[in-house]
Design a protein around this ligand. Sequence first.
Ligand SMILES: [Zn+2]
Length: 64
Amino acid sequence: MAKCVYCKTEIGDERAVDVCNRCGIKVWGEKMFQAIIDNMGNAKTKGDLHQGLINIDTEKKSKI
Ligand SMILES: [Zn+2]
């Protein structure tokens, strides 16, 4: 299983970058990270990621 290069969290889905959603958004920003994943054109991964992004977005808002 792939691990995030930043926080060593295991990445459950297959993707071309070994970066978890949380770190990806931290590094590239939400829109940029989304675009990077979208560009990979993996529909399966995309569906999972969209869910992840929604969760992270909610987390962020509750902190502010
Ligand atoms: Zn990470």
